[in-house]
Design a protein around this ligand. Structure first.
Ligand SMILES: CC(C)(COP(=O)(O)OP(=O)(O)OC[C@H]1O[C@@H](n2cnc3c(N)ncnc32)[C@H](O)[C@@H]1OP(=O)(O)O)[C@@H](O)C(=O)NCCC(=O)NCCS
Length: 202
């Protein structure tokens, strides 16, 4: 089943993306304690950027995402990933799409209790479809620590291709984030995304 996107009638419009198992909806203030409960665990923080995963950072992430949803033009989209069968928020996925020509960036996290069920991949496919079809971006990239094999596997399942080659390039990318561990960038363009969805819908 292809992801679908709809705008509710209420103002300001709230974005909702649907997939087979998931509802991606805009974040609400009451979400931050739920996110903090899983994002603060050591396993989850292992591959987060320095400073992420604290109570204050998670709260401010949710509040600033809500503010960004009001911006015009809008460049930042943060969705709560809701597992519909349980009506539970199990992760978040963000898209920064400042300039259609320059491309967009995507990032994700999922509650440890729900890892390896294809949730990040399913959510990301939907967000990529939104970025390409609704926002008209030409490419979407994702950055990850080079040893975050679960995240890298998600990128591969999305049909993304590795851009960063070699240790120096990985360290230069890490430096942009103020990090010392090597990082790598993957990218996908619309044609490859479409072919990937056709091959492996979910
Ligand atoms: C990265 C993350 C979002 C993936 O979420 P998820 O819902 O488990 O992802 P999916 O189930 O769609 O895919 C995970 C894939 O990684 C694989 N994987 C998991 N751990 C792995 C490891 N150590 N080595 C290799 N592959 C691994 C899984 O087997 C699965 O692949 P498969 O479907 O081919 O079996 C989740 O691990 C997470 O929240 N991590 C902490 C936060 C984080 O790192 N965010 C990303 C920052 S770039």
């Amino acid at each position: 089943m292809m992801p679908s996107c709809s705008l509710s009638a209420a103002a300001p419009p709230k974005l909702r993306l649907s997939t087979e198992r998931l509802l991606l909806r805009e974040l609400e203030e009451s979400d931050w304690p739920v996110i903090h409960a899983y994002a603060s665990l050591p396993e989850a923080r292992r591959y987060m950027l320095a400073g992420q995963g604290t109570r204050d950072r998670t709260r401010s992430f949710v509040l600033s995402s809500m503010a960004a949803a009001q911006a015009n033009p809008r460049i930042f989209y943060a969705f709560g990933i809701v597992l519909r069968a349980e009506n539970r928020l199990v992760g978040t996925i963000v898209l920064r799409a400042g300039n259609a020509d320059r491309g967009a960036q995507v990032g994700w996290d999922v509650n440890r209790a729900y890892w390896n069920r294809g949730i990040a991949t399913e959510a990301a496919r939907s967000v990529l479809a939104f970025a390409f079809a609704d926002l008209g971006v030409r490419a979407v990239h994702a950055d990850s620590f080079a040893r975050n094999f679960a995240s890298i596997r998600v990128m591969e399942k999305l049909g993304m291709q590795r851009l960063t080659r070699g240790w120096f390039a990985s360290m230069r990318l890490a430096e942009r984030y103020g990090e010392w561990r090597p990082m790598i960038r993957y990218v996908v363009r619309p044609q490859r995304h479409t072919a990937n969805v056709a091959q492996a819908p979910y």
